[in-house]
Every structure is written in structure tokens, then in C-alpha cells.
Design a protein around this ligand. Structure first.
Ligand code: SF4
Length: 245
């Protein structure tokens, strides 16, 4: 590994040495700071600012050292955020370091992304990763803007690209009652996802207020009855690889 790779610096909001909910198996989770979206439903809003006051940059080498300590007990590493692709140079250097170091090379590398990244960046990242867990908030661009403050053109293009390259590990649907959970919307989303990958793995994340900002408190929480309906509608649309959270 080149010395310059481990010297690249970035902003890391936090790390979790063992997680069973951020991809397959036991995973080291790295939260990169900064996100281009401003989701009403964000449960980690502290990671949104790209230059938070007082946060110091850390080197790829220092993060790698922490992963190495846990590596014998891990299945893989998940890099999330914020939005990991917001720090492309740091992200790429970190993935290269994890892939090349003998103590971490056996670990799978997953990204947890909102998908708002250009095709050229995915083309650089795809050879370095095992998969992407991709958030798809809603297909309709106007409602996507209401939910995130941004359009979804690049998100949908990213989903297509990742599926075509065989690295769409999972799609996550954050459903909010009355906003993006109508039967027709769910069916349309399921059909679109199946057109990308007939075996697509989908996880529904049901909206909960806990941990969100005051601006989201007016949103309704998902009920058990909603969960039953989500399963019925998405299964009827053809999704087989489905988890309702
Ligand atoms: S994409 Fe994720 S991290 Fe970014 S604002 Fe939305 S929920 Fe928060």
C-alpha cells in the first residue's frame, strides 16, 4: 500500500466496532461526516453538515488501525454517514487501504448510500466494494424534493448502475404514512426495482419519530397495520426478498 493512501484525511463522525444491523454478519461501521440531502426523516442529523465546527480531520491510517484491532472478529466493514460519497478522495483511499492491508483484506466492504453520486464516482468505487445498501425515498421527484431537499435523478440512475454491475446489495425504503406509502406508489416502486434486478433485496424502514428533528414531529409513525399492508402490497407486486423493519 502506498504511504500516500494512508495519509489521506477526512471527517469521520464516529465508528462502531461491532454491528449486526448494517449489512451481513458482524461489521465495523464507519460514519463519514456530511450529506447533500437534508431529509425530514433523518435519524442522524448531526452528520449532515459537511464542515461542522470543531471536528478534526483524521487520516485513513488511523481509521485502518482501529479496524485492524477488531478485524479477527469481523465479517466486514460498512461505510455510511452522512453520505460516504460526499468525501470521495477519503472514501476511495479508505477502501483501497482496507482491500490492501493483510489484516483487513478478507473483510467485505459495503457502502450505505443515498445514491446521490455521479456515475464516474461509482465507476471508481465499484471495483473496491462488495455492495451498496441504497436508500430510495420515493420515485416521484417532487415528493423526493419535499422529503430530502434534493431531486432524485442521480439516485435512480445510481440504482440502475449498481444493479447492472451486480453490486446493489440491498434497497432501503424509508416509508412515511401519507407521504410515500400509498399502495400505487409501493407497487410502482416494486415493479421498477424488479426491472433492475428480479432478485432485488428490499428492506422497509418504517418511519419513527425518535431521534428526528422538530421539523419531522408532525409526520405520522408507521403502525402495525401499515406494516401488514406494506408486506401484502409489495409481495403482491412480486418482491420476494423483503424485510419490514
Ligand atoms: S440521506 Fe441519510 S444522512 Fe443524509 S439527510 Fe437523509 S437520512 Fe440523513
Amino acid at each position: 500500500m502506498r504511504e500516500s493512501t494512508v495519509q489521506v484525511k477526512g471527517l469521520v463522525a464516529g465508528t462502531v466496532p461491532f454491528s449486526a444491523v448494517d449489512g451481513t454478519g458482524s461489521r465495523y461501521v464507519i460514519f463519514l461526516q456530511g450529506c447533500g440531502f437534508d431529509c425530514l426523516t433523518c435519524h442522524n442529523p448531526g452528520t449532515i453538515p459537511s464542515q461542522p465546527r470543531g471536528m478534526r480531520q483524521v487520516s485513513v491510517g488511523s481509521v485502518l488501525d482501529r479496524v485492524i484491532e477488531s478485524a479477527p472478529f469481523l465479517t466486514g466493514v460498512t461505510i455510511t454517514g452522512g453520505e460516504p460519497t460526499m468525501q470521495p478522495e477519503f472514501l476511495e483511499a479508505l477502501l483501497v487501504a482496507l482491500a490492501e492491508h493483510p489484516a483487513t483484506a478478507h473483510l467485505t466492504r459495503l457502502l450505505d448510500s443515498n445514491g446521490d453520486a455521479p456515475a464516474e464516482l461509482w465507476d471508481q468505487l465499484i471495483p473496491l466494494i462488495d455492495g451498496v445498501m441504497l436508500d430510495v425515498k420515493v420515485l416521484d421527484p417532487e415528493r423526493h424534493f419535499v422529503l430530502t431537499g434534493r431531486g432524485n435523478r442521480r439516485v435512480l440512475a445510481s440504482a440502475s448502475r449498481l444493479a447492472a454491475k451486480g453490486v446493489l446489495h440491498e434497497v432501503r425504503l424509508m416509508l412515511v404514512p401519507g407521504i410515500n406509502d400509498a399502495d400505487g406508489e409501493l407497487t410502482r416502486t416494486a415493479h421498477w426495482l424488479l426491472s433492475l434486478d428480479p432478485q432485488v433485496r428490499v428492506r422497509v424502514n418504517a418511519y419513527r419519530r425518535h431521534g428526528t428533528r422538530a421539523c419531522a414531529r408532525h409526520l405520522l409513525e408507521v403502525t402495525d397495520a401499515d406494516r401488514v399492508r406494506y408486506r401484502e402490497v409489495l409481495t403482491a407486486a412480486g418482491l420476494r426478498n423483503l424485510t419490514i423493519g
